[in-house]
Design a protein around this ligand. Structure first.
Ligand SMILES: [Zn+2]
Length: 148
């Protein structure tokens, strides 16, 4: 026995019917013996079925690029948050002080103006723009950590 999902092209009614075999269905369909239970129409065809199970399997096997990117950004942000010291608008001064050996090297992140960024570049102070999605939430400045 084989069950087919069928579609009546007269009234667009979808229904299921059992046949002895696929050959039996073919024969009955050819002889217009397959009738729509709704309108008794004989223009009945097999429904095209979407391979629902295969689709979900494929989704599970292939990682979603967007989810991967999100996870990457999340981890990068966490890394910056945990390992980098937020220095806010003092970034240029802090980076410069480290570069010239006035303060100890440590990973920092913060903000610069366009002018500061240009100046750092000219002086050869290594600094990279941090893409916005990678920037963690700005922490509150720790009290007592005086700069300048
Ligand atoms: Zn019908």
């Amino acid at each position: 026995m084989i069950r087919y999902a069928l579609l009546c092209s007269d009234c667009e009614h979808g229904f299921e019917a059992w046949f002895a075999s696929s050959a039996a269905y073919d024969t009955q369909a050819k002889r217009k013996l397959v009738a729509c239970p709704d309108c008794d129409g004989r223009n009945v065809t097999k429904q095209i079925m979407a391979p629902a199970v295969r689709t979900s399997e494929r989704k599970a096997a292939e990682p979603d690029a967007e989810a991967l990117a999100k996870e990457f950004v999340k981890q990068a942000r966490a890394h910056v948050s945990e390992n980098f010291d937020y220095v806010g608008e003092d970034f240029a001064e802090e980076a410069r002080a480290m570069y010239y050996g006035e303060t100890e090297d440590r990973p920092i992140w913060g903000e610069t103006t366009a002018e500061e960024r240009e100046a750092l570049k000219e002086e050869g102070v290594p600094a990279l723009p941090l893409p916005a999605p990678f920037a963690p939430k700005k922490p509150k400045r720790k009290a007592g950590r005086a700069l300048n």
